[in-house]
Write a protein that binds this ligand. Sequence first.
Ligand code: PLP
Length: 371
Amino acid sequence: MKPRISTKLAKFRPSLTLALKTLVQDRSSKGLPVYDFGLGETKGHLNDAIRAAGEAAFRDEETMYADPGGLPELRAAVLRWLGLENHYGPENVVITNGAKQALLNTFMAIANPADVLLFDAAPWVSYQPLAVMAYATPIMVLPSSSERLLIRPEDLQRNIRMRPHARLFLLNNPVNPTGQLYDAETVAELALVCAENEVFFVLDRLYWKIVFDGVAFPEPPLDEEVLPWIVQIDGMSKNFRRAGGLRIGWSIAPTDLSEAMINLQSHYTSGPSVPSQRAALAALESPYDTTLVTDLQRKRDLVLKHSRDIPLVKVWETPGAFYSFWDIRDALGKSTPSGWTLLDADDVAAYLCESVGVVTSSGAPPSAETR
Ligand code: PLP
């Protein structure tokens, strides 16, 4: 029998993070205890302005097709939100169905089949599948020193030299899943290495408001050299409470790239839902809710305090984003009280869930997602 699913998609597993949501619902419905540290989603109430704008959009019947690049007002508001009005116009902004689609648009706009997309050393779980969807080859840049999986500009330079088909390097800052933060100097050097090699520097800044201890987000340089090569990806999903389901993200890119992405998007989504765009506009135009970061910092401190004394794990400090990354290598090969030998991070995550209901996300190498 001929294969019914394409060889490309047959290799995909469902998104690990969304699968965790199902696991939590399953356990809760069976009355089992659940302590959910799985999916990265902000809690609390939706901002009243977001709700009112969404309601008004439906009431006013703003439900017809709109500009496939996004509502002009929202594109202008995105530039103000990021302080980029002096560098770009609304034509450089593309509103998407979440940051995921902004990433896919970027990969599709830049890569030819088999081109190489370079990711940082601890890539978020969906980068590789998205690269494969764009018919590109995802490759991780490994750090020469193992310090917190942070790569240095010389690591990037070496990798670009080895891969003549590299078309972009993606940096996620702050980093999901490690919670680390690249400083401004390193970001600038990485951007420059890209520009000098005519490789796009894609900065996924989806957690940029969530930086702790009063540190400012390290903005990338936007000088003449870097500007033609930088793409920034951002959105509503992490910096606002309960807003991941709005499915609104955006990219800010050079005009030729943005035009290509709008063209592409006009064929496959016609742009995101208009009521969601209205809701996002209201959020960007309201005073920012700074309690989000103070609440998360308090939780970050609690997790650090209580996890430090757990035997066999080393817990990393978390300067940004809302993840706690644990080095569990000392636990591997050890047996649980019931005689289960823990062989890898997946085993440890499964053991924590099954034995005490603590849901975590395994940090197993991301190739598992596309295997
Ligand atoms: N980039 C990173 C680093 C993420 O953690 C996520 C979601 O978890 C995304 C992109 C996708 O965001 P969205 O939900 O807006 O599509």
